[in-house]
Design a protein around this ligand. Structure first.
Ligand SMILES: C[S@@+](CC[C@H](N)C(=O)[O-])C[C@H]1O[C@@H](n2cnc3c(N)ncnc32)[C@H](O)[C@@H]1O
Length: 211
């Protein structure tokens, strides 16, 4: 059974906030994350489907996994407008409904902050991506500099309660490497379109090889 995830209010607010973030620069980041992909792709935690419009047409299919009902509904609507076929599946990142080595690539954007166990989720991505395939990631992470990391630890006392379970202080790059992926390219940068999102301003954007 998929893990139950219910965030009816957050899912609606997130669509508005992320649409605005995409309009002021996020869209360029998403396009960069997905550029050059081809073949079969699995995307975890697709949310409102903000990536779908940006998949290159060399991608033959996308399987999108989303556990939250309203997010999944928005993903389904976005899938209808996508330039590539997108199939929605209910499921959770720590137990992907997919066979071993059945995808050429995996995509994770702003998800490893929200899953209960990012190590388990990344191990699952490692399992379903074929050897020689890639993980593409665009995630907010633990700050690269003190004292911002300490401030994130403080903010994280309440951030998950308003952010649909999102943790603002995870070292996701280290978790990607610990899962066995070899990072090929990673840009670390701050993206701060508004002070309210300061706890999630440190981002990583890149690709990692599944050896
Ligand atoms: C902040 S949103 C990001 C949505 C989208 N990936 C994006 O780039 O805008 C986090 C997403 O992760 C999903 N999520 C939460 N727990 C999850 C889990 N255990 N497995 C998979 N997805 C999960 C949420 O439902 C939500 O859609």
């Amino acid at each position: 059974m998929p893990t139950a995830v219910e965030h009816p209010v957050f899912s609606r607010v997130y669509k508005m906030v992320s649409s605005w973030q995409d309009a002021v620069g996020g869209k360029t980041h998403r396009k960069k994350m997905l550029s050059g992909l081809e073949g079969r792709v699995i995307e975890v935690g697709s949310g409102p489907g903000m990536n779908f419009a940006h998949y290159p047409t060399a991608v033959t299919s996308v399987v999108a996994i989303e556990p939250e009902a309203h997010m999944r509904k928005m993903s389904s609507e976005a899938a209808r407008q996508a330039p590539v076929p997108v199939e929605l599946r209910e499921g959770a990142a720590d137990s992907l409904p997919a066979d071993d080595a059945s995808f050429d690539a995996g995509v994770s954007s702003f998800v490893m902050c929200s899953v209960p166990d990012s190590s388990a989720a990344l191990s699952e991505m490692f399992r379903v991506i074929r050897p020689g395939g890639e993980l593409r990631f665009y995630e907010h992470v633990r700050a690269f500099h003190a004292p911002l990391d300490t401030l994130q630890d403080l903010a994280n006392l309440w951030w998950p309660k308003v952010g649909g379970g999102c943790n603002c202080n995870r070292d996701t790059l280290a978790a990607i490497q610990a899962a066995g992926f070899q990072v090929q390219e990673c840009r670390r940068f701050y993206f701060l379109p508004c002070p309210l999102v300061a706890p999630v301003a440190p981002l990583i954007l890149g690709r990692a090889l599944r050896p």
